[in-house]
Design a protein around this ligand. Structure first.
Ligand SMILES: [Zn+2]
Ligand SMILES: [Zn+2]
Length: 132
């Protein structure tokens, strides 16, 4: 659930700014490396900031890369699908309501209460296809 009303922690803001600037997903250690100049030393600090951002829906975790991307949607509480390029690690965020509805339907059918839905499509992006 997105909650933009309460103030983010300073670390949360810094991490979100880094993720927004980055063209590819960043791991916690990438982030730590980039924040070290501004005095952040402990991985715990980065993990806490990431937890905060993920909880608010401002950032998504890409499971297959173990890395994080800034959310590119203003929609609240949206179901998400990601297209992950295995060559350049670029991630495209999609919100296809048909897929979300379909997943809900399946949940009902198998009597399974879905709490989180996460779909990653692994392949090669248009840029990398053109380069090849
Ligand atoms: Zn999103
Ligand atoms: Zn690519």
């Amino acid at each position: 659930m997105k909650n933009k009303n309460t103030e983010l922690s300073q670390n949360g803001k810094n991490v979100l700014a880094l993720l927004k600037k980055s063209k590819i997903p960043l791991t916690a250690y990438d982030i730590l490396g980039k924040l070290q100049a501004s005095g952040v030393k402990a991985p715990q600090t980065v993990y806490r900031a990431l937890d905060e951002l993920v909880e608010r829906g401002l950032t998504h975790r890409i499971q297959s890369l173990g890395a994080f991307v800034a959310c590119h949607s203003d929609e609240e509480d949206h179901g998400t699908q990601f297209a992950v390029c295995r060559k350049c690690n670029k991630v495209l965020e999609l919100h296809d309501h048909r897929i979300c509805d379909f997943i809900k339907e399946i949940g009902k059918k198998i009597k399974f209460h879905i709490e989180r839905e996460m779909m990653e499509l692994i392949g090669i992006c248009d840029d990398c296809t053109k380069k090849a």
